[in-house]
Design a binder for this molecule. Structure first.
Ligand code: PLP
Length: 441
């Protein structure tokens, strides 16, 4: 039996994978990724595959970065773990909090650390409700989110998210969370002008606030660009209208930056890209380039002041909040981003190149739309472009395309029949050409 086959048998016998049909996986056999370098993965059969998804939207600096590896090694030798409970902290957690405050918008100067994006979004629920309780408004606790948004897989994160298959398995959402529609212009068939569409969909938030009563609504949460929902890029009119509504009704704005943060759009944060003034910004993934599990919530002065003045404990936190080894790797990640001026490179060099190169796929007979922002891209597969008709089984079309893509040496992700890319921010122009060539196949 080959090593790959042995691993597949053992994996099927003992390992429960996230978001997986285990019967189908056992029949097919899992792919075992054994090493990686730059933007390429190598599997146990020796195949070299271009990682067009940066792992799971996270390995922004590519694989094999010595600066990050050495930071982890050094920190593990000095102090692998200590917590930030009970009036303690560690140097990497202090340094990381300061670095994050430097790159965050000027009204954001604090961070609450977690180990993942899901924990960050659970923290958002706790913080938003606690903030309003501190203001003497404990009834202001409902959080409005969007259908098809993704905010994690814990019960809180999955409730904030608007993924119906997730809600269907576990009686979600939890009370006090409700959803409005997403600004998916292509999905609605371009039936109206995009500016008018963006405003109309944003105004669903106002309708929901009026329906619930503004004294009951704590926050609105959204990804600047919906990632796992299919790279849904809103019309330019959408976010300004959301800003206006949240200000009018005094609702906290939560910009989920787990994918859009750390240069993905060509700005440090997706909220910078859209000019959104967020009160809370959950972060994770690119914060450590995926090398260590770490996340957090960037907290505005308005909310951090309430915590500081409450005169009591905020009863929330995780064993690994501010984990020093994870924080040291995140510090190293941000330093590399600064020293390579990566955000500017994405904005000025790669964004226009990627838009043009990836956009060239629009002439393919199966492609109904190609959209990009920064280094996020999506292709809409269609059965018939002229009549705007989708494949009857969208998921099957996407999965089939994903398998062909891997066989052609490129990791893309299928969300329904939308094919997604999110390549490492260090990708070169010739590697973008290769990505597009493989995608076209
Ligand atoms: N928020 C967004 C926007 C995400 O895309 C994700 C994960 O994909 C999460 C939150 C959850 O992050 P994690 O998987 O680290 O818990």
């Amino acid at each position: 039996m080959s090593t790959t086959s042995k691993w597949q048998v053992s994996d099927a016998a003992h390992h429960l994978h996230p978001f997986t049909d285990h019967g189908a996986l056992a029949a097919k056999g899992t792919r075992v990724i054994t090493r990686a370098e730059g933007i390429y993965l190598y599997d146990s059969d020796g195949n070299k595959i271009l990682d067009g998804m940066s792992g799971l939207w996270c390995v922004n600096l590519g694989y094999g970065r010595q600066e990050l590896i050495e930071a982890a090694h050094k920190q593990m030798q000095e102090l692998p773990y200590y917590n930030s409970f009970f009036q303690c902290t560690t140097p990497p957690a202090i340094e990381l909090a300061e670095l994050l405050s430097d790159i965050a918008p000027s009204h954001i100067n604090h961070v609450f650390f977690t180990s993942s994006g899901s924990e960050a979004n659970d923290t958002v629920i706790r913080l938003a409700r606690y903030y309003w309780a501190c203001q003497g408004k404990p009834e202001k606790k409902t959080i409005i989110s969007r259908w098809n948004g993704y905010h994690g897989s814990t019960i809180g994160g999955a409730s904030l998210g608007g993924m119906k298959p997730m809600h269907g398995q576990g009686d979600l959402p939890i009370p006090g969370i409700c959803h409005i529609n997403q600004p998916y212009w292509f999905g609605e068939g371009y039936t109206e002008d995009s500016t008018a569409f963006g405003v109309r969909v944003a105004q669903e938030l106002e309708q929901k606030i009026l329906e619930l009563g503004e004294d009951k609504v704590a926050a609105f949460i959204a990804e600047p660009i919906q990632g796992a929902g299919g790279v849904i890029i809103p019309p330019d009119s959408y976010w300004p209208e959301i800003n206006r509504i949240c200000k009018k009704y005094d609702i906290l704005v939560v910009s989920d930056e787990v994918i859009c943060g750390f240069g993905r759009t060509g700005q440090w944060f997706g909220s910078d890209y859209y000019g959104v003034k967020a009160d809370l910004m959950p972060i994770a993934k690119g914060l450590s380039s995926g090398y260590m599990p770490i996340g957090g919530v960037l907290v505005s002065d308005r909310v951090s002041q309430a915590l500081k003045q409450s005169g009591e404990d905020f009863n929330h936190g995780y064993t690994y909040s501010g984990h020093p080894t994870a924080a040291a790797v995140a510090v190293a990640t941000l330093k590399v981003m600064h020293s390579e001026d990566l955000v500017t490179r994405v904005r000025d060099e790669l964004t226009p190149y990627y838009a043009q190169a990836f956009g060239s796929l629009a002439d393919h007979p199966l492609v109904g739309e190609v959209r990009t922002t920064g280094l996020l891209g999506a292709i809409e597969l269609m059965q018939d472009k002229a009549s705007h008709s989708f494949f009857a089984e969208k998921g099957a079309a996407g999965n089939c395309c994903r398998d062909f893509s891997i066989a052609n040496g490129l990791v893309m992700r299928g969300v329904g029949s939308t094919m997604i890319t999110c390549p490492p921010l260090v990708i070169t122009k010739s590697e973008i050409d290769l990505l597009v060539e493989r995608a076209r196949k």
